[in-house]
Design a protein around this ligand. Structure first.
Ligand code: FNR
Length: 366
């Protein structure tokens, strides 16, 4: 895996290896993909302001999330159907997270089950991403199984009343390859995605099964069935962040779903400051995902108030090129880049990174 020196190296190798349908599904954003590009470009518009001669020999990347120690502030976001990237799919991904001492988040629509993932990596910090189905008994069972299997938080995705329009999936008439299954639904619901002539089978699946009537009251319902902390994933506004916390969420994951839901929304890093500001009087953690692709991106997000960042596609690219080893390589590229960034920027620990460490490019030459 040493030949991969950057995330871009891993991404390019992965794109060349994947089947067209899987590649398009993993890489696409919604409609014109403006926000997909912006998720990365917005990081580039932020400038780091390093401090000199600070004494950085005690560099340390450790931090905590929801009270749990992690080796660095980069974890793995939920992405669906990972066995299209590698035969071991989610199991390889969670083992990599376990080995590297960070968080793994399992998607509801994974190709490995809650129990399989728990068995593969009993010591990993595992979170379960939840989509709420029309069938509340099925939804409740998923949560109860995650609790029983030792998952430590429920990541409630709040930006998905239906799936965004991803044109490549429509053209490809996306469906899950026949040898794979939506493993969390054995004995509960169909484990297949039916193909359709009129577009993406996945959009049809979501349209039929997800509950479109959800409101913030659902957080209260969730809290009535579990004591696990709930993280609201997909928040892009300060007022929504406050609603989430007042409804009982313990943390907010600022995210635009990898630019896959609504094109034209803010890049995640652009939305972050408003949410951090809105929550300044609440005792909750704020995380970010979307477009994070270098150690300096991680640094910028931390400077603007994120406690931790998460990556979706980078883990899929790592899985594609090398299964568990590929994901570990991806995480270790982040680790090295972040270590260099902290030392050269004069902030040897994550706690030293303050807001004044970054400025928007537009604030120069005023
Ligand atoms: C996702 N994402 C996602 N989110 C979620 O809550 N449940 C899910 O099942 C999925 N599935 C999924 C599949 C694929 C292929 C992608 C690319 C993304 C969104 C994901 O959790 C995360 O928000 C983004 O991937 C973050 O952006 P980057 O790191 O991919 O740029």
């Amino acid at each position: 895996m040493e030949k991969y020196v950057s995330l871009r190296d891993i991404e390019q190798a992965a794109l060349a290896l994947l089947s067209k349908t899987a590649r398009d599904y993993y890489k696409s954003g919604a409609t014109d993909e403006q926000t997909l590009a912006e998720n990365k470009l917005a990081f580039q518009r932020l400038r780091i302001r390093p401090k000199c001669l600070v004494g950085v020999e005690r560099c340390n990347l450790h931090t905590t999330v929801l009270g749990v120690d992690v080796s660095m502030p980069v974890g793995i976001s939920p992405t669906a159907m990972q066995r299209m990237a590698h035969p071991d799919g989610e199991l390889a991904n969670v083992k990599a997270a376990q080995e590297e001492g960070t968080v793994f988040t399992l998607s509801t629509i994974a190709t490995s089950s809650i129990e399989e993932v728990a068995e593969a990596a009993p010591l990993a910090t595992k979170w379960f991403q939840l989509y709420i189905y029309n069938d509340r008994e099925v939804t409740k069972k998923l949560v109860q199984r995650a609790v029983k299997a030792g998952f430590k938080a429920i990541v409630l995705t709040v930006d998905t009343p239906l799936f965004g329009l991803r044109r490549a999936d429509i053209r490809n008439k996306f469906t899950l390859p026949s040898h794979l299954r939506l493993a969390n639904f054995d004995g509960l619901l169909s484990t297949k995605i039916q193909s359709t002539d009129s577009g993406s089978g996945l959009n049809k699946y979501v349209e039929e099964l997800f509950d479109k009537s959800l409101t913030w009251n659902e957080v209260k319902w969730l809290k009535s069935i579990t004591t696990l902390p709930i993280i609201a994933k997909g928040v892009l506004r300060g007022d929504d962040a406050v609603k989430a916390v007042e409804a009982g969420c313990s943390a907010i994951l600022v995210s635009n779903h990898g630019a896959r839901q609504l094109d034209g929304v803010a890049a995640s890093i652009e939305a972050l400051p408003e949410i951090v500001e809105a929550l300044k009087n609440y005792n909750v953690e704020v995380y970010l995902d979307g477009g994070v692709s270098t150690g300096t991106d991680v640094f910028k997000a931390l400077a603007l108030g994120a406690k931790m960042v998460f990556v979706g596609r980078p883990a899929l690219w790592g899985l594609t090129v090398g299964g568990q080893a590929g994901v570990q390589r991806m995480l270790n590229i982040f680790r090295t880049e972040l270590q260099y960034t902290l030392q050269i920027a004069g902030t040897p620990t994550t706690a030293d990174i303050t807001k004044d460490m970054v400025r928007h490019e537009s604030s120069y030459f005023l």
